[in-house]
Design a protein around this ligand. Sequence first.
Ligand SMILES: [Zn+2]
Ligand SMILES: [Zn+2]
Length: 370
Amino acid sequence: MTKGKAAVAKAWGQPFEIEEFDVPVPEPGGIMVRITQAGICGSDLHLWRGDNVFPRPLPPEGRVGGHEGTGVVAQLGAGISTDFNGTPIAEGDRVMHAAINPCNQCYRCLRGEQNWCVRGRATPPPEQFRMFSGTYAEYYYVPPGRPIFRVPDELPDEALGYVNCAMGTVTEGLSRAGCAEGDYVVIQGAGGLGLNATAMAKDMGAHRVIVLDRIPHRLALAEEFGADFTVNIDEFNTQDTRRDRIWELTDGRGANICVELVGRAELLLEGLEYLGNGGTFIEIGDIIAGDTVPFDPSTLVWGAKRIMGSIMYRPSLLPVMMEMMVKNRDRLPYDKIVSHTYPLEQINEALDVAEWQGKETAVSRAMITP
Ligand SMILES: [Zn+2]
Ligand SMILES: [Zn+2]
């Protein structure tokens, strides 16, 4: 029987342990994927640090880490020979799976809002596949009914690892916020999320995209991804100077959209100050419960601003995003988003390098290559 290694979290805030498991045969309609790349997302760092994000206890056998990533078809279950667009898939083909686990039966799923599914997290895969539900592993199981798409041949491997979390998540947020031609968009943070958000906002027609960060290398990358202006927060080192700079760069109109991709609660208050009347603040980065700021609701009324949260993405966006990447492949350096790669055995070193809390990191995206 084929065996596959996986990085298992046994307790919150503890290093991952590499274990080996027998790889089961997929159910009818299911697909076993051989993972080729698995991204380190901010939420994986929360699990590793032990932050108050996923309050449920871990099962006794532990949980395989990672949710972002991609791979090739290792084995198709009976009755499945195409992806969700009807494109034929065979063993060895590159595929992109939805990194969410919608039930496809609840009110939200039936409305096409699978990323808002109320039951997805409560429906674990059958017992034999439990240790194949994280991407920090050689094998990953895509159960029947989970959307999966063949990767266009034009896309290089180096551009695929972050599509089904980082790119999907920011695309969903911008799309739900109604990002459109003529918009001024401000992006807080130029990591893997921010670089993708920059490219996507421009593709949606944004008139001007302005990116804030403190690391010159990441700001330079943001420009390569289409940022019209960047603001180094060490240069504009107070909230007032940053607000004035943003209003200057938005021609005195304020931003239509501000996206928080750093994960600091105080950036909500700062981001609201960047918005012009009718503007939308999108909270994506701050997923830690208990991180609070004092907030004056009247600031929403005077200016008709809105705050929205966004999480993951509708799976229908996956092929759309990959087509967008194909269209822009000669113009945007998608292979540069991944700044560091590590073998599976070095998962804990990789997390340590990607860690940004309490220090600076030049990492835009770290990738595990099992
Ligand atoms: Zn993620
Ligand atoms: Zn559902």
